[in-house]
Design a binder for this molecule. Structure first.
Ligand code: UDP
Ligand code: MG
Length: 356
């Protein structure tokens, strides 16, 4: 019995948004895989991200049957990034694995990830070896996006690596200590660093239902990624403004010279146009510079919580909701980033005992 208690706990964090058709297949596939890993205990933290179908009912029923399944019901659809953030806040595990509900992230990879974790990796990230199941359009746009993002940002995103990964508690605590509200998780995962191992997999098609990311949503997601991690687009206006001012200056010189040399029937036209163009360029420089600062201040000052929790469910018991989602949850479970090494040593000892 004591051996069982000493086993490390692995939390699966699963965001669900209108996934009713996929839920049964998800649990019947994932639970046996997790039960087959003798060296760890597990919990499944399900985040219901404001689903409007029967997702919540199905999740609550699953959690009623199995105490290892917990359900966190958000007050509305906050988006996958917020749902993942909620999951990381709620997860209690020594390692946390975000995984999609549609079985596109193969559960068979979890034992491999845990092996690497036992061997000392702090992050085990899953990399898609092929995007065969994606449309041509998605493959091309994804490739282009990684190139643009990595050219503009100092935080480089590893290509074809999604949210499916195992993270040690130290990594999760580091992520939770980041106060920003605009949470582009792929970027944050890359930003925190840590010792990372990549494992490759073939991405399958969705087991049921349809993708929640339309072309338009992906476009906005891409823009959010770039603006979260780069100020180059903002700064570029400064240079655009400079270029226009320079051009206007040259053009002004040309018009003035032409007027002096050859005269101009419309009096005042030359000086008016050159001043207008010159000031227009200067104004763009000003907007670019101010915009850079306003953009930063805007994101920092809103201080809204990333998500709100309506209710938590575990087994048949209803657990009292905390009223302020991330803000409250952060206050209650303040992360302990500095203690990572110490707890890791203890964990490795526990894993060795459990493995015997
Ligand atoms: N998801 C979510 N909130 C959203 C959109 C998606 O929690 O607003 C979840 C969804 O239920 C799934 C995961 O995020 O578990 C990935 O979504 P999807 O499969 O639609 O994305 P794709 O694989 O097409 O990129
Ligand atoms: Mg999917």
């Amino acid at each position: 019995m004591s051996l069982r208690i000493n086993k490390p706990l692995v939390s699966l964090v699963v965001p669900f948004y209108n996934e009713e058709p996929a839920i049964d297949a998800f649990f019947t596939t994932i639970v046996p895989v997790l039960e087959s890993i003798a060296t760890v205990r597990f919990e499944i933290v399900c985040i219901n991200d404001g689903s409007s179908d029967g997702t919540l009912d199905k999740l609550v029923r699953a959690s009623g049957r199995d105490a290892r399944i917990r359900v966190i019901d958000l007050t509305r659809n906050f988006g996958k990034e917020a749902a993942l953030t909620a999951g990381l806040d709620e997860a209690l595990g020594d390692a946390v694995i975000p995984i999609d509900a549609d079985l596109q992230d193969p559960p068979g990879l979890i034992p491999v990830m845990i092996e690497h974790w036992f061997d000392g990796a702090e992050v085990v990230a899953a990399k898609r070896s092929s995007r065969a199941c994606d449309t041509m359009m998605k493959r091309v746009s994804a490739g282009l996006y990684y190139r643009v993002h990595n050219a503009l940002s100092e935080v480089k995103l590893p290509e074809n690596v999604g949210d499916f990964r195992l993270m040690d508690r130290a990594v999760v605590n580091a992520l939770r200590s980041l106060p920003e509200r605009q949470r582009f998780m792929k970027g944050l995962f890359a930003w925190v660093g840590f010792k990372t191992v990549l494992v490759e997999y073939e991405r399958e098609a969705r087991c049921a239902g349809h993708s929640k990311f339309s072309g338009w949503r992906l476009w906005n997601f891409a823009l959010e990624g770039i603006t979260s991690f780069s100020t180059v687009p903002l700064r570029s206006w400064t240079y655009i403004g400079l270029a226009i001012a320079l051009l206007a200056f040259c053009y002004g010189g040309f018009i003035i010279s032409r007027t002096v040399l050859f005269g101009n029937p419309v009096s005042g036209y030359a000086s008016l146009l050159s001043v207008m163009l010159f000031l227009g360029g200067i104004e763009l420089i000003g907007v670019g510079v101010v915009g850079e600062y306003v953009g930063r201040i805007y994101h920092e000052t809103k201080e809204r919580p990333v998500y709100l929790v309506r209710r938590r469910y575990q087994a048949r018991k209803k657990v009292t909701a905390l009223p302020l989602g991330r803000a409250t949850s952060r206050a209650l479970h303040a992360p302990h980033v500095g203690r990572a090494d110490h707890s890791r040593r203890q964990l490795v000892q526990r894993m060795r005992v459990a493995a015997r």
